[in-house]
Write a protein that binds this ligand. Structure first.
Ligand code: ATP
Length: 681
């Protein structure tokens, strides 16, 4: 097929712009406003999965065999997924159906591409024919007006590159659009994975692989439809494993570099440069080895092509020469054949390169699909996101990429299940403001270590509007309780309730709005101070006045206005241009703006010096007012005034009471206080 001549399909060495992770900033836009879900809800009897406990829970987010459980649904929720057992296989991340769906949206461009491809092929095929005749006219063996012939040859030589440009531009444009949507889809897919996915994978590498998907596939799309059966055969027996190994090596290398740079201070403080260099060196070597192997495969391809060309040229010279001498063929015909041989060379070369690109792309898709295979999306979260996106009839341009209308993926039908099964979200905050939070008989082990039970039938009641301090030895499970309250993980058994309602019956995104967490090391995004505070309400238009009010309440306003650009000052990567205390106060301002009824302070002041600690503690006191608060602190002196103190040990709450009650008990708490006092003295 002459259409695949070299100019049409640029060789692998031609570099295409690849999207880097850095080009994707976290959307901090505060301009989108989502209206909240109507409160009205209707009861319906749904077939959903049964909890492992014998307790009846009105939750859709429980794995196990199917059973009838009453749940509520919202009026504007779509239909129930009526699959029998609700177990749906994890769909592949990038399927051919999805790619076809995206490609087929560009019908006009595809049509133009086909026309230009046909035109281009016709030119390529005609060129040697006319060149042969031209040659005959030149040597005087053919009588034809020279200038007419020259004109025809000129037109062909001009048209061919122009049509090639039109074809490549069209196909590249289609492919880039397809890739933009695929990247967006993958990003969304990663965002809604369960937290254990992030425990398991260093995501940066995965994303790099994703963004490195070669756009060089573009020019062959026209051919793809015609040659799909050939491709399958080529794919199966080709060098896909080599490409895959190459991609994996590339991903590991970028992961190693990213990890080292992210932890550069730790590396410096331990003098770990040599060690990191050695680790990186081994990754580079692996990359180099697989690159060399890949090169060998490519060179073998090139070599085979050349051998084929030389053999056919030699055959042509011998056979053609003898035929011309015998008067059976004109010299022009032989010249045309030589022309065709070169055209064919270009074509074969183009095809080889194209197959190379295709193999690389298929391997990349396979890698992505295998990263996601067996992983579970966090359906409750995915549902909330889906509903919010669906609610907005007119999507903002950037969000359009995340919606593939008309393409029904299995996980979307799974979302439908949740759309019906989850409770109306809008009253979560109201419930959380008026009711207690209870952890009831909670058992938990981390998904990656299922045999180690961290929580062991734990009961804890956080009284509405009061402060509960959680103390206990290191590793006893305090942070794990926070992770469960935040719903990063779900209890293996037992339940967490708010005002008596199981939290699993709430949309996770809505739940996230009801809870604020301030950690020891709050993470800021590398945008301005103002935008970081506004992230408390990422989907809303936050006014500057609101931001300033929150900053003032968090004791942050004074230092912010002394920064070079005030609220517009950029805070650097992960807030690195600010001090720990300043970062902490910005995080508190962010939480104040969010105004969630439940507050969790996880060692929030433990990393600060005395002055910062006082400033931050003042801000925290302000933040805690009227909220149901859980404070985790190692230094017991900071939690003495809590309404109740819970001592966590052996995966349970072993002691509960006020500071003085627990001291009088002379149990583990009294022992801990004694130890800390001794250490202090
Ligand atoms: N993502 C995880 N996957 C597997 N195990 C984990 C994970 N996170 C924590 N653990 C384990 O769970 C146990 C409880 O950890 P947790 O962080 O809850 O303790 P903690 O009481 O907060 O400790 P500390 O006071 O030292 O912060 C530990 O043994 C820890 O190794």
């Amino acid at each position: 097929m002459a259409s695949s001549s070299l100019p049409l399909y640029p060789p692998l060495s031609v570099s295409h712009p690849k999207l880097s992770l850095a080009s994707h900033s976290i959307p901090l836009s505060s301009s989108t406003r989502y209206s909240s879900t109507p409160v009205s809800s209707s009861f319906s009897r749904l077939r959903i999965r049964k909890p492992q406990t014998d307790r009846t829970i009105s939750s859709a987010y429980i794995t196990g065999p199917a059973s009838d459980v009453i749940t509520t649904s919202t009026d504007n929720d779509p239909k129930v997924d009526d699959s029998e057992n609700g177990i749906v296989e994890s769909p592949v991340a990038i399927s051919w159906g999805l790619i076809w769906n995206l490609v087929s949206r560009h019908k006009i461009r595809l049509a133009v591409s086909v026309v230009t491809l046909v035109g281009c092929t016709t030119c390529t095929l005609s060129m040697p024919f006319f060149s042969g005749r031209f040659f005959e006219v030149l040597i005087g063996t053919r009588k034809e007006p020279l200038w007419t012939l020259l004109g025809k040859v000129g037109i062909l030589y001009t048209l061919e590159p122009l049509l090639t440009i039109a074809f490549v531009v069209n196909m590249t444009s289609i492919w880039e659009k397809v890739m933009a949507t695929l990247r967006a889809q993958m990003f969304r897919k990663i965002l809604v994975q369960k937290v254990e996915f992030f425990d398991r994978h260093k995501v940066v590498g995965t994303i790099c692989v994703l963004f490195a998907l070669s756009p060089q596939l573009a020019p062959i799309l026209g051919l793809l439809m015609l040659t799909v059966s050939i491709l399958v055969a080529v794919y199966k027996r080709s060098t896909v494993p080599v490409f895959r190994a190459y991609g994996m090596a590339q991903a590991s290398m970028s992961e190693c570099a990213t990890e080292t740079l992210a932890a550069i201070r730790t590396v410096r403080s331990f003098g770990g440069e040599k060690h990191q260099m050695s680790v990186f060196g081994s990754q580079v070597r692996a990359y180099q080895t697989s690159g060399t192997k890949l090169g060998k495969f490519k060179s073998l391809n090139e070599c085979m092509t050349r051998v084929a060309v030389y053999v056919s040229l030699m055959a042509l010279y011998c056979l053609g020469g003898s035929k011309v001498r015998a008067g059976e063929l004109s010299i022009g015909t032989v010249a045309s054949f030589i022309g065709y041989t070169f055209t064919l060379t270009f074509a074969v070369q183009g095809l080889v390169n194209t197959f190379g690109d295709l193999r690389g792309t298929l391997a990349a898709i396979q890698r992505i699909n295998s990263t996601f295979s067996g992983t579970e999306i966090d359906e409750s979260l995915a549902y909330g996101l889906e509903r919010e996106i669906q609610k907005n009839k007119v999507l903002k341009k950037n969000l359009e990429l995340f919606v593939v209308n008309g393409y029904e993926e299995k996980n979307q039908s799974l979302n439908m299940h949740y759309m019906s099964a989850l409770r109306s979200a809008s009253n979560i905050r109201k419930l959380a403001r008026s009711g207690d939070i209870c952890l009831e008989d909670v058992y938990f082990s981390y998904p990656l270590r299922p045999d180690v039970e961290i929580l062991n039938g734990l009961y804890l009641k956080l009284k509405c509007g009061s402060i509960t301090a959680l103390v206990g030895p290191s590793g006893s499970g305090k942070s794990t309780i926070v992770q469960l309250l935040a719903r990063f993980y779900e209890p293996t058994r037992g339940r967490i309730t708010v005002a008596g309602e199981d939290v699993r019956s709430f949309d996770k995104r809505e739940w996230a709005r009801a809870i604020s967490i301030v950690n020891q090391e709050p993470v800021l995004f590398s945008v301005s101070v103002g935008e970081n505070i506004a992230y408390g309400l990422p989907d809303d238009n936050v006014s500057k006045d609101d931001i300033i009010r929150a900053a003032k309440a968090a004791n942050a306003h004074d230092f912010i206005i002394s920064l070079p650009q005030g609220y517009d000052t950029l805070v650097g990567e992960r807030g690195g241009l600010l001090s720990g205390g300043q970062r902490q106060r910005i995080a508190i301002a962010r939480a104040l703006l969010k105004d969630a009824p439940i507050l969790i302070l996880d060692e929030a002041t433990s990393a600060l010096d005395a002055v910062s600690e006082r400033l931050v503690q003042d801000a925290l006191n302000h933040l805690m007012k009227g909220r149901t608060t859980l404070v985790i602190a190692h230094r017991l002196s900071t939690v003495q005034n809590a309404h109740q103190i819970a001592l966590c040990s052996n995966g349970r709450i072993e002691e509960l009471g006020t500071h003085f009650e627990l001291l009088a008990k002379k149990g583990q708490y009294a022992l801990l206080v004694g130890t800390q006092r001794l250490a202090f003295e």
